[in-house]
Design a protein around this ligand. Structure first.
Ligand code: AKG
Length: 261
């Protein structure tokens, strides 16, 4: 499915990988981080979970234990969020100027975590102008199917606006996917297990979900959210860190660094 083998920081990705991402709305890139990097970032992520963990208690019960704005809370996780190899792939996939918006540590505890509900990321972002926005889901543990890897609906990022929920100002507004896209139950899904160090990228309009963790080990990942460089603030959910921003105001370089190759 994806590129193969470990990569150096400035490797270009193949045209085929880019084509598949644009067509399908997600792509799996193996071996982006080496074993030493995985060990270091996994330790930092575990420390953040010990000190700052929040609980995503969703429609399915406890779906994910997470740390919001993780890159602002740990220098090591900041380094991961700004990792040149991951940022470079994101830029090549997006094909336009991008900035880092946020990052989250995303864990599922063994035998406890429920499936992650079906959603796309655009709905929950308090921003406008998200045509190229994407998430890099970095595996900091092996994530086989049994540990709750993500599944994606191919081409769902291309569905028309009437089948998307572009924005919400409170979680009460969140619409079940079948209400806004009645064809959803009949769409094929692609389940993408990851080895530690692999990264799966998905467009912000790609419909996705994750399984429960029925294994004996914690599932741990780090989601890095990149947005169009000219994205602007649109009051919405999870916007506590945007205090002082006016509606329509562009993101600044200091709080939301530009990604460069
Ligand atoms: C995302 O990164 O967009 C997710 O939805 C993550 C969900 C999960 O980690 O289970």
């Amino acid at each position: 499915m994806g590129d193969t083998g470990a990569r150096s920081m400035i490797d270009p990705i193949s045209d085929e990988t880019i084509r598949r991402y644009r067509e399908q709305g997600f792509v799996h890139v193996p071996g982006v981080l080496d074993a030493d990097e995985v060990a270091r970032y996994a330790e930092a992520a575990a420390q953040l979970l010990d000190s700052h963990m929040e609980i995503w208690d969703g429609v399915n019960g406890v779906e994910v234990n997470y740390v919001a704005q993780a890159w602002r809370k740990s220098d090591t996780i900041r380094e991961l969020a700004l990792h040149p190899a991951i940022g470079s792939i994101a830029l090549q996939l997006a094909d336009g100027p991008m900035r880092l918006y946020t990052s989250e540590v995303l864990a599922k505890e063994p035998h406890k975590a429920a499936p992650t509900l079906v959603h796309d990321d655009e709905t929950g972002l308090p921003l406008s102008s998200l045509s190229r926005a994407l998430t890099a889901w970095v595996a900091l543990s092996d994530v086989p199917v049994e540990r709750g890897c993500l599944s994606y609906v191919p081409r769902s990022h291309l569905r028309p606006p009437e089948h998307r929920q572009e924005h919400m100002t409170s979680f009460e507004e969140f619409a079940d996917i079948t209400d806004i896209w009645p064809e959803f139950p009949w769409q094929p899904r692609v389940t993408v297990p990851l080895r530690a160090g692999d990264v799966a990228f998905h467009h912000c309009r790609t419909v996705h979900l994750a399984g429960s963790n029925t294994s004996d080990a914690r599932r741990m990942g780090h989601g890095i959210v990149y947005v169009n460089a000219d994205a602007t603030y649109r009051p919405g959910v999870q916007d506590g860190h945007m205090a002082g921003f006016e509606p329509g105001q562009p993101l600044d370089d200091e709080g939301f660094p530009l990604i460069t190759l």
